[in-house]
Design a protein around this ligand. Structure first.
Ligand code: SF4
Ligand code: SF4
Length: 111
C-alpha cells in the first residue's frame, strides 16, 4: 500500500516577479498502517443517464475507470471498469460527487 501523502501548496515569486504555483509533496507512513484495512467499493452505473463527460474517468484517484467502447442510446460512451483494476475501487465516492447526471455510484463491497 502506498504511504499517505501530504501536499503543501505555496506561491513563491518567480525570476520575473511573477507568482509561481508550486507543490511540495511529503510522504510518511502512519504507525498503525498494518492495522488499517483498505476499503473496497463496487461501482454501479446507469448508462442511459451518462452524457460521456468523462469527469469520473479523469478524476478517479485510483484510475479505476475508462470510457467504454459501447455507447448508450444517445451515443455517449459511458464509463467502464478498466481491465485488471476490478478490485481497485476504494469507495471514496468521488465519482459520485462529480457526476453531473447522477449516473454513477458505489457501495461498499463485501469481503
Ligand atoms: S469510488 Fe473512488 S475509487 Fe471508486 S471508482 Fe469512484 S472515484 Fe474511483
Ligand atoms: S461523470 Fe457521470 S455523466 Fe460524466 S462520464 Fe462519468 S458517469 Fe457519465
Amino acid at each position: 500500500m502506498l504511504p499517505l501523502e501530504c501536499m503543501l501548496w505555496s506561491w513563491p515569486i518567480g525570476p520575473a516577479g511573477e507568482r509561481v504555483l508550486s507543490m511540495r509533496v511529503f510522504a510518511r507512513t502512519p504507525l498503525d498502517l498494518e492495522k488499517m484495512a483498505r476499503p473496497r467499493g463496487q461501482v454501479y452505473l446507469i448508462p442511459e443517464r451518462c452524457k460521456g463527460c468523462n469527469l469520473c474517468v479523469e478524476l478517479c484517484p485510483r484510475n479505476v475507470l475508462e470510457p467504454s467502447p459501447q455507447t448508450n442510446s444517445k451515443g455517449y460512451h459511458y464509463p467502464q471498469i478498466r481491465e485488471g483494476h476490478e478490485g481497485d475501487c476504494v469507495h471514496c465516492e468521488f465519482c459520485t460527487m462529480v457526476c453531473p447526471e447522477f449516473a454513477i455510484f458505489t457501495l461498499e463491497a463485501d469481503g
